[in-house]
Design a protein around this ligand. Structure first.
Ligand code: SF4
Length: 408
């Protein structure tokens, strides 16, 4: 991207596609940053930068979707596949609550051996044990996968999940919302651009708030990145259901697609143009998990007003090579050092208070946890009470295959 050509930066009102492309391609990076920072300041004049303490739990790595950019999934029947048990998930929630956490971000592979009833039972049990704890769970492609498995419309699946305790839906699986790109990445089958947006539309109509994401840096053009942003803006105009937008760069290590990671400047320019296009989104998160703390901190000058999640566990981008880790102490240090006031929030961006570690002693977490810290793969035994769809899953549940017990 060139910094040399002149940019039209004084267009009044809402950016259109042509103006956005002109800025994205030609505006100097510092100018884009100043413009995005102006929008951030207009929406958040109090100088507060928020963050949430939650835990990113990936309940299974078994997946039939086989996206070409993904280093996390394992095929059905793989000896490295796992599915967590309820007790393991409860233990993770207990640990999360001890460090001030308020929700689980629960996402996983498209595992044909985990039916809708498993999610309903899990959600009900979580809510019975932890009534205040929030479930931010199941990205749109997972909802579509469950809908196909259960042969129920997306609307009914969402209604049943809400009845069981679902609080909100994370915006994962959006990648780039252009079908040409999705076909190349082999994620067209899991959800087309329209299908992803339709799940979010249904969720918003059902009263749920959701986030929106964009993973850039694979095979898309600059115009396709912008198409993604404009499609999100259109849906937000329609429903107003998105709380926040998060963008991160593709992590190429250990993936079938390969390639190189986008640079830090590309990230900051992409964040800034998103802040300018998405004028109907209140919040933009910094993606320090993929960019590291230093670029994450810089994001606060390029349109971000939120540091996202204090990471306790991460398995997906970690599998693709990103291993950045910041506990609450580090997140707060980065926010304050950038001249902002740190506040804890929930998924609805309601302020919960000052940093938790200043209210009570919490253990420092200098390393990310993983789903199965002891490296044992396998299905938890409580899955055997549910119908399996795959041949290997059916055999395992009849006891013909050895499966691991949950780590305790
Ligand atoms: S990105 Fe998600 S849906 Fe795609 S292969 Fe990985 S786990 Fe499966």
């Amino acid at each position: 991207m060139s910094d040399s050509a002149p940019a039209r930066i004084d267009s009044p009102g809402r950016l259109n596609r042509e103006q956005a492309l002109d800025l994205y391609l030609h505006a100097p990076t510092a100018t884009l940053g100043r413009m995005a920072d102006g929008v951030r300041r207009g929406k958040h004049p109090d100088g507060i930068v928020t963050y949430i303490i939650d835990r990113n739990v990936n309940y299974t790595n078994v997946c039939v979707a086989r996206c070409r950019f993904c280093a996390f999934y394992r095929d059905v029947g793989s000896s490295e596949g796992y599915a967590l048990g309820f007790d393991e998930i409860f233990r993770k929630i207990d640990e999360t609550i001890r460090v001030g956490g308020v929700q689980l971000l629960l996402q996983g592979g498209h595992n044909p051996d985990i039916p809708l009833e498993w999610y309903e039972d899990l959600f009900r049990q979580v809510k019975a044990r932890y009534p205040q704890f929030r479930l931010h769970a199941l990205s749109p492609p997972e909802v579509i996968h469950i809908s196909r498995l259960s042969r129920l419309p997306v609307r009914d699946v969402i209604a049943r999940l809400i009845a069981a305790g679902l609080d909100s839906i994370p915006g994962g699986g959006a990648e780039i919302l252009v079908d040409r790109v999705r076909r190349i990445l082999n994620c067209y089958g899991k959800a087309t651009a329209d299908e992803w947006l339709d799940v979010m539309r249904e969720a918003h109509h059902a009263g749920l708030r959701t986030t929106a994401t964009m993973m850039y840096g694979t095979v898309e053009t600059v115009e396709e990145r912008l198409e993604h942003l404009f499609r999100l803006r259109d849906l937000q105009d329609e429903t107003g259901g998105f709380t926040a937008f998060i963008t991160w760069s593709y992590q190429p290590e250990h993936t079938e697609l390969g390639g190189v990671e986008a640079t830090g400047v590309d990230y900051l320019r992409t964040l800034a143009i998103a802040r300018l296009v998405l004028d109907n989104f209140d919040n933009l998160q910094a993606s320090w998990v993929t960019q590291g703390g230093r670029v994450g901190q810089l994001s606060l000058a390029y349109g971000a007003n939120d540091m996202g999640s204090v990471m306790i566990e991460e398995n997906v981008v970690r599998a693709a090579g990103a291993e950045y880790c910041m506990d609450e102490f580090e997140v707060v240090r980065n926010i304050e050092n950038a001249g902002f006031v740190p506040k804890r929030r929930n998924m609805h961006y309601e302020i919960l208070g000052d940093p938790f570690f200043r209210e009570q002693d919490v253990p420092r977490m200098r390393e990310l946890a993983v789903a199965r810290a002891d490296g044992r793969p396998g299905e938890a035994s409580d899955l055997r009470g549910y119908d399996a769809r795959s041949a290997s899953g059916k055999r395992a549940r009849k006891g013909e295959l050895r499966t691991s017990e949950p780590a305790s």
